[in-house]
Ligand binder design. Structure first.
Ligand SMILES: C[S@@+](CC[C@H](N)C(=O)[O-])C[C@H]1O[C@@H](n2cnc3c(N)ncnc32)[C@H](O)[C@@H]1O
Length: 210
């Protein structure tokens, strides 16, 4: 989560990763001594996460919109590249806040709305493949579109940033960190150029008052 994303700094002992996929983030958190549960509605990914976790981490098949946990169960809730996948993001966010303890943190990494607003067209290239521009269009219009993740065709959702921000504010959450990370040193030059010219990713930390 970048240099600033020190998710252990609040002393989190328990975490929930919503939309954990193959569980890579759960394994990272568990390695930091944070007992992490992963949930994902895709059975094959949950099975993969269980098999890949040699420390016996807990993984369940569940969707963000209906989390099978008591109120205030976790010190930390993580949503890593999952909000773009979640059809009813407002219910998903309300559920993430519900299962978070008062004083706990919700860590969100998501595709930037400028990125998803242009995803259907992608970069427009000129002669010799030179990157010309990235077309952001119909930014305010929420919509679903087909894309590919690890070779699998999936539906993602474009929403303007305000959709997520307003849903989190409605839940009473307080924003404590916001970042659009720059490409890391050593990234392949064309990838670094693309991510610098059209933001790809954003990272936010929200805290539940209490
Ligand atoms: C781009 S993947 C990211 C997976 C993982 N967080 C990672 O970074 O490796 C998005 C994940 O969201 C999951 N997903 C789709 N719909 C969801 C929902 N309603 N609630 C929770 N997760 C969902 C998908 O099954 C997929 O595993």
């Amino acid at each position: 989560m970048g240099e600033h994303g020190d998710f252990g700094r609040r002393g989190a002992k328990s975490a929930l990763d919503v939309g954990c996929g193959e569980g890579r983030f759960c394994r990272m958190l568990n390695a930091k001594g944070i007992a992490t549960t992963g949930v994902d509605p895709t059975a094959a990914l949950v099975a993969h996460a269980c098999a890949a976790d040699v420390n016996g981490g807990v993984y369940l098949e569940a969707a963000a919109e209906s989390l099978p946990f008591e109120n205030g169960s976790f010190d930390l809730v993580v949503s890593y590249l999952a909000l773009i996948d979640i059809p009813d993001y407002a219910s998903g966010i309300a559920e993430m806040v519900r299962v978070l303890k008062p004083g706990g943190a919700l860590l969100i990494a998501n595709l930037n709305g400028f990125n998803t607003a242009g995803a259907e067209t992608g970069w427009v290239r000129g002669a010799l493949g030179k990157l010309l521009y990235y077309p952001v269009d119909h930014y305010l219009d929420e919509r679903a579109f087909w894309t590919e993740w690890r070779g699998i065709r999936i539906v993602n959702h474009h929403r303007p940033l305000q959709a997520y921000m307003q849903a989190l504010l409605r839940e009473g959450m307080k924003l404590t960190h916001f970042e659009e990370p720059a490409p890391i040193a050593g990234a392949p030059p064309e990838k670094a150029e693309r991510y610098r010219r059209a933001p790809w990713f954003l990272v936010m930390e929200w805290v539940k008052p209490g």
